[in-house]
Each structure stands twice: as structure tokens, then as C-alpha cells.
Design a protein. Structure first.
Length: 260
């Protein structure tokens, strides 16, 4: 039996648009280079395909600069998918563009109707539960509505809290296998991962926490050698992908795909 927490047969991605230079960011660290982002995105997609998975590549959405970060629009689970309700007003329209792609694969597609908000970047699905981090983009009402939906499919959901100043819960953590989590020390110190095996990113390499386990690979942002070495010694096959341009928009490895 495959483990649905990291073994996948499909992924959905979206090519960056020229409007990406207008994307949201917590602070201005420079304008993203579209050509570099396109090269990095192609490497990311090629790595997913290398596992044998089917990768759907959706076209750019010029009207939605942040649409490359597809993970925030939906939660994909074995029995169904849930369309999110982003907390950033400029991103709410992205969901309607993602819905048809999900309905191609799922018979049961539900949606967060509000008034709450929730984004996929705040949701970590482990082998035993769904962890949802409250953040500036995900509120209590959004978490409550998602809880009602996923309980129909037999999932337990636990609300946790994202550290102040951190955009999304998964900015600071990722799943390495059904019971192992890669995390920053600041997030692990909150106690949200009690009972799990937790591997810490190296000091000063906190941005490496947003990686993804996709079948045999761990895709992680390039430029964090001590964390990459730690993961290699722990037995994971690491693929490093340049993330310099997505990082200017607070984006990382998990943001760039929906995996199921």
C-alpha cells in the first residue's frame, strides 16, 4: 500500500506569468526575474515527472500574479478535494480557475464558502492527522469549516498556530514521511509536533524547512548545504532546486504544486 502523505501519482502546477513581478510579498527584497523563475519552475516540474507521476501544467494567469503558488487554492485528499478561500483578497479569484482541473480527477470536490478564510500553505497532512496552522491567511472560522468537511472523509484535524511573522505554517515545516517532519526549531518549540520524529533545519537555514517529499525525492531549495547534508545522512534522496525568485514572493517548494 502507498502512503498518501508522500507517495503520489499526480501533481498540478501552473506556469508563472509575466505579472509575477507584481506578486505579494511581506517585504521587498527585489523584483523576481521571470526568466530565472521559468527555468527553476521547469526544473521543479521535471523532477516531479522523473518519479513517474503525471504532472498537469496549467497555463499562466496574467490577472493573478501569485497564481503560480497553486497549493494555496486547494487541499487534495484521497477521497476528495477541498477548494480553499484565500485570506489575501487579490488571490480569491484563483480558486475558480483551479476548480475545473480538480474536477477532472475527483468526483467529490467541496469548497470553503466562508465567511472564514483558509489557505493550503497552512495545512500539513501527516500519516495520522491534518494539522492546520492559524496565520494571517487562515482564521478560526476557516479551520472550523474545513474540519466539518474532512470529518466526512474520516480525517482528524488539529488546529495549531503559526509563529508570529511567518506567512504560512508550512513556511516552517514539511513532511518527510508519514511520521517524520522537517521543521524550524522555533516552530517545533511550540509543541505542535509532540509524538512525531522531528528533524531540525540548520541554524540560519530556516528557509529550507519548506521542502516537499514527493515519492523517492525530497525537493528542497538550493543554498542550504548543512540541511541538505543532514537529510542525506538521514537516508533521504535530496534534489536541490533554485528558489531565489519564488523566495522574493515568500514562496517555496510546497507552494508550487498540488500533490495527490
Amino acid at each position: 500500500m502507498t502512503d498518501p502523505t508522500y507517495e503520489f501519482t499526480r501533481a498540478i502546477t501552473r506556469r508563472p506569468s509575466a505579472s509575477i513581478t507584481d506578486g505579494l510579498r511581506a517585504e521587498d527584497t527585489g523584483t523576481p526575474d521571470l526568466d530565472q523563475m521559468l527555468r527553476d519552475h521547469a526544473h521543479y516540474v521535471a523532477t516531479l515527472k522523473k518519479t513517474g507521476a503525471e504532472v498537469v501544467e496549467l497555463p499562466p494567469l496574467e490577472d493573478f500574479p501569485d497564481a503560480v503558488f497553486v497549493e494555496d487554492t486547494a487541499l487534495c485528499l484521497p477521497r476528495g478535494a477541498v477548494l480553499m478561500r484565500p485570506g489575501a483578497p487579490s488571490r480569491m479569484g484563483e480558486v475558480a480557475h483551479m476548480a475545473p482541473a480538480l474536477r477532472d480527477f475527483y468526483d467529490d470536490v467541496r469548497e470553503i464558502v466562508g465567511p472564514g478564510h483558509i489557505e493550503g500553505g497552512d495545512i500539513l497532512v501527516t500519516g495520522r492527522e491534518i494539522l492546520v496552522g492559524r496565520s494571517d491567511r487562515t482564521d478560526a472560522a476557516g479551520v472550523a469549516e474545513l474540519t466539518r468537511i474532512v470529518s466526512d472523509w474520516g480525517h482528524n484535524l488539529r488546529e495549531v498556530f503559526t509563529p508570529p511573522g511567518v506567512l504560512h505554517f508550512k513556511t516552517d515545516c514539511s513532511l518527510l514521511d508519514g511520521d517524520t517532519i522537517l521543521a524550524t526549531q522555533r516552530l517545533d518549540a511550540s509543541g505542535c509536533f509532540d509524538g512525531y520524529r522531528v528533524l531540525h533545519v540548520a541554524d540560519g537555514e530556516e528557509a529550507a524547512a519548506n521542502s516537499i517529499r514527493f515519492n523517492q525525492f525530497v525537493l528542497m531549495p538550493a543554498g542550504f548545504p548543512r540541511t541538505a547534508e543532514m537529510l542525506d545522512k538521514a537516508g533521504f534522496e535530496v534534489v536541490e532546486i533554485n528558489n531565489s525568485e519564488c523566495a522574493k514572493l515568500d514562496g517555496g517548494m510546497s507552494c508550487l504544486s498540488l500533490r495527490f
